[in-house]
Design a protein around this ligand. Structure first.
Ligand code: FES
Ligand code: FE2
Length: 425
């Protein structure tokens, strides 16, 4: 983030603290239909479009560090194997033999010189080419060149491995847009995988994720954990193309150091991290299912996966600069995944209650405030990705947040500078 961007963010924080109503021109947000959390039709559309066409965090190079290392990955409901090739490239394939669909690997992870199906012994190179089959004389005209493993798009952002099931999707960097550049200071190319755990929750995956997509809840459910270190009235939300969002809220003066991520991490600093991440809570929502605060000490994404319409899996990751002989940092859990850290216990506390509510006869819809605009923005983009005409009318959200609110556009800047100029007159 350059000096001008930092200065604008600081100005916007004061603007947010001073405003007495939503920004001029910001639309009224129509209620989100409750059926988006309960209707099986919407759930199928999410899987078919949102999860099929988005870039999804699937791994870290530390999980497949050497040529021949592989790892099974089925979190998105598709059988995928991630493989480190002889050429150093990391690829993803459907874990599906081109003969009759038996798995290529059945172990969670391992290392092999080639990938051999145990059903009838077809064997594949680490880049997916079909190398050899048993009794080739019994096939007539089998073209090896089109019987390799079916590939899944796989790209890296630094040491992070993302996959995408859509051959026509933009590249990962295009998908991230300006965020790719904003993230350069965090040196994802140097982070190591410190912790990764999974927790099952009894609510729709969006209910769990939305608890981490606004600061409106902070003073109510985090009075002792987050509220003392986050000035929610100075929070600045930014909306990006492709449904991504960012929040930046300053740490109040005199906040207790012991409660910050520095204390939780105990790892060396990422030297290149700039002023905003050092003095604020800076958190990103990457469409569709990533929420992560980013700090000079840890890069800890929370990833939310559907597990049926009324259940989900919360995957907690901690990436950090090399911690040497110190204990591995793990921002989100206690005793290496035994239970969620206090702040996430608070964030997940109401999930199953809310799921019951959205199913109830009495639920009318979700009225969102300006503070919760990132949730609405996410839903708008989800509908665009699904194709608005594919969605039953009663389950759609109206496209009310116009492009004028999408970064780098920001009508708040004109409003606050106009007001400042007027005051000077
Ligand atoms: S299914 Fe793999 S070799 Fe037959
Ligand atoms: Fe929270």
């Amino acid at each position: 983030m350059n000096a001008a961007e930092i200065a604008t963010l600081r100005e916007l924080m004061e603007y947010e603290a001073a405003r007495t109503e939503p920004p001029r021109g910001f639309p009224v947000l129509p209620d989100l239909p409750g059926g988006r959390y309960t209707d099986p039709r919407f759930f199928v559309l999410e899987l078919q479009h949102v999860f099929r066409k988005s870039w999804l965090l699937a791994g870290h190079v530390d999980e497949v560090p050497e040529p021949g290392c592989f790892r099974l990955w089925e979190r998105a409901g598709q059988p995928v194997v991630i493989v480190h090739g002889d050429d150093g490239a990391i690829r993803a394939f459907y874990n599906t033999c081109s003969h009759r669909g038996a798995p290529i690997v059945t172990d969670e992870a391992g290392r092999r010189p080639r990938l051999t199906c145990r059903y009838h012994g077809w064997s594949y190179a680490l880049d997916g080419r079909l190398l050899a089959i048993r009794d080739p004389q019994d096939f007539r005209g089998l073209d090896f060149s089109c019987r390799g493993l079916a590939q899944v798009r796989c790209e890296r952002f630094g040491n992070l491995i993302f996959v995408n099931f859509d051959a026509d999707a933009p590249t990962l960097v295009e998908w991230l847009g300006p965020i790719a550049q904003e993230w350069e200071e965090f040196r994802f190319d140097q982070c190591r995988l410190a912790a990764r755990h999974v927790f099952d929750l009894k609510c729709n995956w969006k209910i769990a994720m939305e608890a981490n997509t606004e600061v409106y809840h902070v003073r109510s459910i985090h009075p002792k954990t987050v509220a003392p270190i986050l000035d929610d009235r100075r929070n600045v939300n930014t909306l990006y193309r492709n449904g991504h969002g960012r929040m930046v809220a300053p740490t109040p003066p005199g906040a207790n150091e012991r409660m910050t991520m520095r204390a939780a991490a105990g790892t060396p600093q990422i030297e290149s991290v700039g002023e905003i991440a050092r003095t604020c809570t800076q958190s990103y929502g990457i469409f569709p299912n990533w929420v992560s605060p980013l700090s000079p000490y840890v890069l800890p994404p929370l990833i939310f996966w559907p597990n049926g319409i009324d259940a989900c899996r919360l995957e907690t990751w901690t990436f950090a600069p090399d911690w040497g002989d110190a204990p591995k940092p793990d921002l989100w859990t206690v005793n290496d995944g035994e239970q969620l850290a206090q702040v996430l216990i608070e964030d997940t506390e109401f999930g199953n209650w809310i799921q019951k509510s959205v199913r109830s006869y009495g639920f009318r819809g979700v009225p969102l405030s300006y503070q919760e605009a990132r949730i609405y923005h996410w839903n708008q983009w989800a509908d665009r990705m699904i194709g608005i005409d594919n969605i039953p009318p009663e389950l759609r959200v109206a496209q009310v947040i116009g492009d004028e609110w999408i970064y780098p556009n920001d009508p708040r800047i004109d409003e606050m500078r106009g007001a400042a100029a007027q005051q000077r007159r």
